[in-house]
Write a protein that binds this ligand. Structure first.
Ligand SMILES: *Cc1c(COP(=O)(O)O)cnc(C)c1O
Length: 440
């Protein structure tokens, strides 16, 4: 999946002149009238003309991308955005509970086109859940999953196991698992579906197409997304760049990529060290030096937001290209900010996992800095479902100090400002009624 000569990741480029693309985005609405057809129903493949790397009849779908864009008054208020201007793009509604299904349907399609019989990934959890689901539903391939030890949340691990994937647990972290899966795939000729895979990013472009669709094809001012391996941010930048080149939108939104402070490689490189796209020649030596120093000092990513707990983001250069195209910014937020934001998201209607809430915490900081104005239209991508990581949620709301310290305190979270604590009562009717009157 990388260039033999320069080692950089491959990129999907279309010769649009030879392809049929509708002359208005509105034309895609017609697909809804044909939604009994699975390719029109799919939130990915109903935009097939904008990711036409495989013939439609080859495209694999399990019904991904039936997601919602919802305005949230509670989250708007929390972040300092005017009512009605903040939207949550809820990707937790995907079949495996995270946005990864958008990319998996595309990678799986390509794997099928090249006749693969086994597909592998290293994962902090959601990619493996998604791969395992696609294998289990379609029976087109067998899944091989590499996970690091101890870091995967139970919600995600349980999915891989339940879907019947071969799950290989490596004594190391995500980056170790990533390095190994690349070697093993080369050795055994297994198709690799990590986001080094450029087709994943093609599928993830459709998240933005659905955002535009929900906004009646109006471009918002900001897209805010958590940054881990940087597949999403890279895909979003590509989506808007292509739509703009095709004349389907008249401007691109700004992009904000939010790192966890405990896994802030992108933030360090872009905002502190000034790494830029530089017309296609970014100074990647800077990144190499940064990684060397990271290894030399033994510093490893550590955050409660396990989906973005990544030291060496594989899509680094594509992401800085997206930042260039979308006049983007990068910010870091602490685990305490993430967990507070997550609690506000939950209390306002849609739950999410910790990594997803980084986007909301990021908006709050960017509004406080004056970078995002209160009356701008802002879309936060909620990347994964609330039930993916119940351990983090329960630890936040618990009264059990020991559990709080173990899960959150050890990561620098001092207090849970929005904890909704369970009320302990004796098993006695009067006491229960008293408690409900008191707290209700
Ligand atoms: C994979 C994942 C991310 C990180 O996305 P990247 O595209 O790797 O930056 C964020 N949140 C959730 C829930 C994820 O599963």
């Amino acid at each position: 999946m990388a260039c033999d000569r320069c080692g950089e990741l491959l990129d999907v480029v279309y010769n649009w002149d030879r392809l049929h693309v509708p002359d208005s985005l509105k034309a895609f609405e017609e697909k809804w009238t044909r939604r009994a057809n699975p390719h029109c129903f799919s939130g990915v493949w109903r935009f097939h003309e904008l990711l036409p790397f495989a013939p439609l009849e080859q495209c694999v779908t399990v019904g991904e991308g039936q997601t919602l864009l919802v305005p949230s008054e509670g989250v708007a208020k929390y972040t300092g955005i005017k009512p009605g201007r903040l939207y949550l793009q809820y990707e937790g509604m995907n079949p495996s509970g995270s946005f990864k299904d958008n990319g998996m349907s595309a990678a799986f399609t390509h794997a099928r086109c090249v006749g693969a019989t086994r597909a592998a990934c290293a994962s902090t959890g959601n990619t493996s859940a998604s791969l395992a689901l696609y294998c289990s539903v379609t029976k087109l391939m067998k899944a091989v999953i590499f996970i690091g030890s101890g870091k995967i949340s139970y919600g995600k691990l349980s999915q891989a196991l339940d879907f019947g994937a071969l799950t290989v647990q490596i004594n190391g972290d995500f980056d170790d698992a990533m390095a190994r899966v690349k070697e093993v795939s080369r050795e055994l000729g297994i198709y690799l579906v990590n986001s080094v895979n450029p087709f994943r990013l093609e599928g993830q472009k459709t998240i933005m197409f659905r955002v535009l669709e929900a906004l009646r094809w109006e471009v918002p001012d900001w897209i805010v997304v958590p940054g881990g391996n940087l597949g999403n941010s890279s895909a979003f930048g590509k989506a808007f760049h292509e739509l703009h080149q095709l004349g389907l939108i008249d401007r691109v939104p700004r992009l904000a990529v939010i790192n966890a402070a405990g896994a802030n490689t992108l933030y360090e490189l872009v905002e502190r060290q000034g790494l830029h796209w530089n017309d296609g020649s970014p100074d990647l030596e800077r990144a190499s030096r940064y990684y060397d120093e990271m290894d030399a000092t033994g510093r490893r990513a550590d955050t409660i937001a396990s989906a973005i707990e990544i030291n060496r983001p594989v899509n680094l250069s594509k992401c800085i290209r997206a930042l260039e195209w979308c006049d983007g910014v990068v910010r870091e937020v602490t685990d305490e900010q993430i967990m507070d934001a997550k609690a506000r998201v939950g209390a306002s209607g849609l739950g999410c996992e910790p990594a997803s809430a980084a986007s909301v915490a990021g908006v709050k900081s960017l509004v406080a800095e004056g970078i995002i104005a209160a009356d701008q239209r802002v879309v936060c991508v909620l990347t994964g479902h609330q039930l993916k990581d119940p351990t983090a949620t329960v630890a936040y709301h618990t009264t059990d100090q020991e559990q709080f310290n173990k899960v959150l305190g050890s990561r620098g979270v001092r207090r849970a400002a929005f904890a909704n604590r369970a009320v302990a009562v004796p098993n006695n009717l009067d006491e229960i009624i008293k408690a409900i009157r008191l707290y209700g």
